[in-house]
Design a protein around this ligand. Structure first.
Ligand code: ADP
Length: 282
């Protein structure tokens, strides 16, 4: 019990040094949550903010790889038991279970309470130092687990939701919004990823449908932060550990990511994120 209290006190002290704590949640797996988290972190860093990313997607940690750091790279442990995050270009601090397990094929068979305690330990023992932003990449979905994890982060400033423009995502986003409302956590906004594909000759194809994320944002009065198109170079960069927005800064997707980062800065630093109001019948 004492250990737990000490850990919580350390986590709170650590979080006090970070101006804005933001969790990134997705409607489901594979919608690009990690891509959005890593890109947003890079964009914020390029805009002069000091940024850390905590990859709490324990079953499929991928943030480190998106920054070109191999699985099992390690994190420096200090004599006092604390650990240092790894710093990756363009200057983003990263802490992840993926840096601590030896290989990608080592499966973590952890139940909810263990994951909650792992997140608490990372929050308590990682030396982030003073940061402007800590982005926490949560496991996919809006089930009990990511929600419980979100709860274990002290002094959270807000949630960013990532979805794709399909109707299926709508109900899941609704659940996250209802959670935020119940837990009195502000929602910074919704990002729609894989919104469309622009063919080389300019035509736009809405592969996963059109407009669902914007509709739901309007329904709940939540900011719609922007749409990121499908760009095959994003996957190529992710697979080869290159940061997309610095590799292809002139692309439409990179511009969209920078616009989203500017909106996030405006909403978070301007104290504009609101706790959503959800009526019982919703
Ligand atoms: P999640 O974290 O939601 O599971 P990821 O961020 O790992 O999803 O993305 C899943 C895959 O889709 C990755 O290979 C990633 O490179 C790719 N991807 C994500 N967003 C885009 C996009 N806008 N265009 C092209 N590929 C994308």
């Amino acid at each position: 019990m004492r250990e737990l209290q000490k850990q919580q006190a350390m986590a709170v002290a650590n979080m006090m040094k970070i101006k804005y704590k933001v969790v990134v949640m997705s409607s489901k797996g594979g919608v690009g949550k990690s891509l959005v988290t890593s890109s947003l972190a890079s964009a914020l860093a390029l805009m002069g903010r000091s940024v850390g990313v905590l990859d709490a997607d324990f079953h499929g940690p991928s943030i480190h790889k998106m920054f070109g750091i191999p699985t099992g790279y390690g994190m420096l442990a200090r004599m006092d038991g604390t650990i240092d995050p790894v710093v990756a270009p363009p200057g983003v601090k990263i802490a992840s279970i993926g840096l601590l397990v030896p290989r990608d094929d080592v499966a973590l068979i952890w139940r909810g309470p263990i994951k909650a305690s792992a997140i608490r330990e990372l929050l308590a023992y990682v030396n982030w130092g003073s940061l402007d932003y800590l982005l926490v990449d949560l496991p996919p979905g809006t089930g009990d687990e990511p929600l419980t994890l979100a709860q274990s982060i002290p002094k959270l400033n807000g949630i960013i939701l990532v979805t794709i423009p399909s109707d299926v995502s709508k109900s899941v986003v609704k659940r996250a919004v209802a959670f935020a409302s119940k837990m009195k956590i502000p929602v910074i906004g919704i990002i729609e990823n894989m919104s469309y594909y622009r063919c080389p000759h300019g035509d736009i194809i809405y592969i996963f449908g059109k407009g669902a994320a914007r509709e739901i944002a309007e329904e709940y009065g939540i900011p719609f932060l922007g749409s990121i198109p499908i760009d095959p170079r994003i996957r190529e960069c992710n697979d080869s550990g290159k940061v997309f927005i610095t590799e292809y800064p002139d692309s439409e997707a990179a511009q969209a990511i920078r616009d989203i980062a500017s909106k996030v800065i405006d909403i978070v630093e301007g104290g504009k994120a609101k706790i959503p109001v959800v009526k019982e019948e919703d």
